[in-house]
Design a protein around this ligand. Structure first.
Ligand code: CP
Length: 306
């Protein structure tokens, strides 16, 4: 593995499998005495959006690997107004061994990474959320033992960053992928074409749940209808997506061992009902925990060759 992780396609299939193995081993050994492979390094955390899971899990991952996390909020850096992305990247590269960046714009992340001389890891942009998708796939592997042969249905805004990262990696690893979304919320053509070209499993886009082969679905996934930065569209989005909820009725139409995933934070009563989120099929808190283990593995692999 070398360089930046701006999207899931920056990892080869072999590297992704190695990442899962390392994450599982780090998870297993977490509470026993461990070497600190990144001792002496500092790693920057640059966040333009709020975060609970990503900030906490990266901060703790860095600490547990023996390195020092340095957090920069948007309020103090004000990238784009106080300073250009290129200058921020060039300065931070002189201080830290890697930069974890949650930026509003993927294009800005690409500019930032092009100027950085240390690896940059995408902690969410308006286009991709690779760390989330990798943690989700680790969770699926834990539950079902493998990725091949599973059928994931993503319900709701299938053009958002989490759906995009999942679509670009899950079929490549053998997960059948169905996107259930109305027009205007379906994946953009270039992403869909890429997923189909890379994929080793069927990829299908349907307009309604009735058009999907729900009986074979063993993973139901959703995310909020209004992502960060889309607050001005919230009224229209809630109207457009009101029939795309994960609820008991939808779950009953899927395989009896179907699990429910959500990257969190969730809006109970909108994209998912509370009874399903809290019910026996839900794996959302295992998913949230796996953010820590997959990011520890990612940091270790990214920095191993530096
Ligand atoms: N799922 C996720 O990325 O959560 P945060 O926005 O809280 O980091």
């Amino acid at each position: 593995m070398k360089g930046h992780i701006l999207g899931v396609r920056n990892l080869t299939t072999t590297e992704t499998e190695q990442l899962f193995d390392l994450a599982r081993s780090l998870k297993h050994d977490r509470h026993t005495r461990q070497p600190a492979p990144l001792r002496g390094l500092s790693i920057g955390l640059l966040f333009q959006h709020p975060s609970l899971r990503t900030k906490a899990s990266f901060d703790i991952a860095i600490h547990e690997l023996g390195a020092h996390p340095v957090y920069f909020s948007n309020e103090e850096v004000r990238m784009g107004t106080r300073e250009t992305p290129e200058d921020v990247a060039r300065v931070l590269s002189r201080y830290v061994a890697a930069i974890v960046a949650r930026l509003r714009s993927h294009k800005e992340l690409e500019r930032f990474a092009a100027a950085s001389t240390v690896p940059v890891i995408n902690a969410l942009t308006d286009f991709e959320h690779p760390c989330q998708a990798l943690a989700d796939l680790l969770t699926i592997k834990e539950v079902f033992g493998s990725l091949e042969g599973n059928h994931l249905a993503f319900v709701g805004d299938a053009d958002n960053n989490v759906a995009t990262s999942l679509l670009l990696i899950a079929p490549k690893l053998g997960v059948r992928f169905t996107l259930i979304a109305p027009h205007g919320y379906q994946p953009r053509a270039a992403v869909l074409q890429q997923a189909m070209a890379d994929g080793n499993a069927l990829v299908t886009v349907v307009d309604t749940p009735d058009q999907a082969d729900l009986a074979s679905v063993n993973i139901l996934y959703t995310d909020v209808w209004v992502s960060m930065g889309q607050e001005e569209e919230q009224h229209r989005r809630k109207e457009d997506l009101r029939d795309y909820q994960i609820n008991h009725a939808l779950l009953c139409r899927c395989r009896s061992d179907c699990i429910v995933l959500h990257c969190l934070p969730a809006k109970r009563g909108q994209e998912i009902t509370s009874d399903v989120l809290e019910g026996p099929h839900s794996r959302v808190f295992d998913q949230a925990e796996n953010r820590l283990h997959i990011q520890k593995a990612l940091l270790q692999m990214v920095l191993a060759k530096e």
